[in-house]
Ligand binder design. Structure first.
Ligand code: FMN
Length: 186
């Protein structure tokens, strides 16, 4: 069964990302074409990147890196749920991405973002990063507005049409995760 990780890309107390990621998981869990799991960066307690060797060499020396690598290696594809901080993704998500290399390669990724203009600028940056990691970023994405998909900027109340956007994105992530499977077994 294709396995997709839904990564919660923010770590701050009171983060909106948790409610958004749970909504993604709730919708995704109703599908039968893949298995979906939440991945919370808070559970991995990653410091700022503290590996001496470049991640592309795969020589991970720290227990927290190995635990993170084992989790990411176990998935065929991902949904990254990202906030927009200063027109980019969060430092926490970028740092967690930077820790690894091969574990991301030849896997699909889709994005769910939120912010004043839907977090779309954060996703544009993540697409550049995905290219360097040899990830296949799907076109469909979910852009949630802090003005219309949240009450008082903090209570998540997604518009009904957002579910359709999410389904379209998940369709592409599952399809590309499967299509890339032969690349990953090489
Ligand atoms: C450091 C910081 C920078 C932010 N910069 C932006 C921004 O550039 N554009 C935007 O739309 N929202 C910005 N926001 C608002 C966030 O999108 C909003 O607070 C969102 O809920 C953050 O995600 P989180 O609650 O999961 O941490 C910023 C928030 C923080 C904390």
């Amino acid at each position: 069964m294709t396995k997709i990780g839904i990564i919660i890309g923010s770590t701050r107390p009171g983060r909106n990302g948790e409610a958004v990621a749970h909504w993604v998981h709730q919708v995704a869990a109703q599908r039968t074409d893949a298995h979906f799991e939440l991945v919370d960066l808070l559970d991995y307690k990653l410091p700022h990147l503290d590996e001496a060797m470049p991640p592309s060499l795969g020589q991970y020396s720290r227990p927290h890196t190995r635990a993170w690598a084992d989790t990411i290696a176990s998935f065929d594809g991902f949904v990254m749920v990202t906030p927009e901080y200063n027109h980019s993704t969060s430092g926490a998500l970028k740092n967690a991405i930077d820790f690894l290399y091969a574990e991301w390669n030849n896997k699909a990724v889709g994005f769910v973002s939120y912010g004043s203009v839907g977090g779309t600028r954060a996703v544009e940056h993540l697409r550049l990063i995905a290219g360097e990691l040899q990830m296949a970023d799907v076109r469909a994405q979910v852009a949630l507005s802090l003005f219309t998909d949240f009450k008082d900027f903090s209570v998540f109340t997604p518009g009904e049409f957002q579910r359709e956007s999410l389904t379209a994105m998940l369709d592409q992530v599952v399809a590309w995760s499967r299509a890339l499977a032969p690349m990953r077994t090489r």
